[in-house]
Design a binder for this molecule. Structure first.
Ligand SMILES: Cc1cc2nc3c(=O)[nH]c(=O)nc-3n(C[C@H](O)[C@H](O)[C@H](O)COP(=O)(O)OP(=O)(O)OC[C@H]3O[C@@H](n4cnc5c(N)ncnc54)[C@H](O)[C@@H]3O)c2cc1C
Length: 359
């Protein structure tokens, strides 16, 4: 029996890959439903994979995961759309930032084109741009529908998803372990740690290797319905100088609303979505940079999400932590799954199933 801890997209995708390979698998989730944490608190963008260091897990699993995700969405009626995305230079001084981004994308095997202001005007007449990078294979998906479809597929392949099952302890039992929840003890030969923001705590509970997950909040504002008509697709600024995020961008969502964000702020708590929210005024300048016609009245506060980062604010990059535990061979981690984890999830599942299969 394989126990997967966490029913976000990572844990569900791991469970699906394992179940498809004929393994007995159960997913334990502390909440009353799957996907209530980061998996449904994100931008829902199906990333093409422009930004990550070539050869990194983020780059390779994003590209592989996007193809798998597109096929999965088609096969299981998950709303999605390959709308393309523009990364825009809003003034000539930013244009030189587009070329290294284009070179990085191509080194990762991602198709992009450098385009002129007329190209942008034809797609996004209200966006300010002197030049841009066009990524035709970026799109969006309905993350809620994806979580539900993943769970249905896990169950259709004989796996089980048990909500309301907070993992409290993992105890040795001969050459196996017992996974303890408030309701039961499950005897397992393999444990997959897909606990998102809590993956470091879960590793500790398993007596596994020590690492730290740093919670990093991203907040959104939304355009009002009237102002939403000013945007047709996905519009990003040139990347954030900090390296921590992609910059506050404009995302037309499944529901037709336009989200502005997410912002970036490291915080100590893993469950604090709302306290000390950014004021609406903080979104005005970054929005007007891309979309000058917007006024404060055109914005309202939106949701927020918390990234499970594997590096502190003082560092710029950490890769996904997907590997067998260094202390216990029965434990495999799929941790530090921040963006592009939604896009990469199905590829992460395959990678984890490969690691488990090698034991
Ligand atoms: C603001 C924001 C925007 C983003 N935008 C995008 C985007 O546009 N595109 C993209 O590809 N990615 C995006 N991401 C990243 C993406 O959302 C994540 O990579 C992905 O959702 C991670 O899924 P997960 O399953 O690893 O984590 P989670 O969804 O957090 O799932 C972990 C699960 O483990 C459970 N759990 C924890 N501890 C225990 C325990 N002890 N016992 C039982 N269960 C436990 C939790 O309850 C939770 O349900 C974004 C993230 C944020 C925060």
């Amino acid at each position: 029996m394989i126990v997967v801890i966490g029913a976000g997209v990572t844990g569900l995708a791991c469970a699906l890959s394992l179940a498809q390979r004929g393994r007995d698998v159960v997913v334990l989730e502390r909440h009353r439903r799957a996907g209530l944490d980061t998996s449904t608190h994100n931008s829902g963008v199906m990333h093409a994979g422009l930004y990550y260091p070539p050869e990194s897990l983020k780059a390779t699993l994003c590209v592989e995961g996007r193809d798998r995700l597109r096929q999965f969405c088609r096969a299981h009626q998950v709303p999605h759309h390959e709308s393309g995305k523009l990364v825009v230079a809003t003034e000539p001084s930013e244009e030189s930032d587009l070329e290294p981004l284009a070179a990085n994308a191509r080194a990762c095997g991602v198709e992009v084109d450098l385009v002129d202001a007329a190209f942008v005007r034809a797609r996004e007449p209200h966006v300010r741009a002197t030049r841009a990078l066009w990524s035709p294979h970026t799109g969006w998906i309905d993350a809620h529908a994806f979580v539900s479809a993943l769970q249905r597929q896990v169950e259709a392949h004989g796996g089980h998803v048990l909500p309301g099952s907070l993992v409290l302890a993992v105890e040795p039992a001969g050459d196996r372990v017992e996974v303890v929840t408030p309701l039961e003890r499950i005897n397992a030969d393999t444990v997959v740690n897909a606990a998102g923001l809590y993956a470091d705590d879960v590793s500790r509970v398993c007596d596994g290797e020590l690492f730290t997950i740093y919670p990093c909040r991203g907040e959104y504002a939304e355009l009002t319905p009237k102002a939403s008509r000013l945007i047709n697709g996905l519009v990003y600024p040139v990347p954030h100088g900090s390296g921590h995020g992609l910059g506050v961008h404009l995302t037309r969502t499944v529901a037709g609303t336009v989200w502005v964000g997410p912002t970036i702020r490291y915080q100590s708590r893993k469950d604090n979505y709302e306290a000390d929210r950014e004021p609406l005024t903080a979104f005005l300048e970054p929005t007007r940079r891309l979309l000058p016609a917007v006024a404060l009245d055109d914005l309202r506060l939106g949701g927020s999400g918390i990234r499970a980062k594997a590096h502190p604010a003082t560092e710029q990059f950490a890769d996904f932590l997907i590997r067998a535990d260094r202390r216990h061979p029965w434990l495999t981690h799929a941790a530090g799954i921040d963006s592009p984890g939604l896009t990469a999830s199905l590829a992460i599942g395959e990678r984890v199933a490969d690691i488990v299969g090698m034991r």
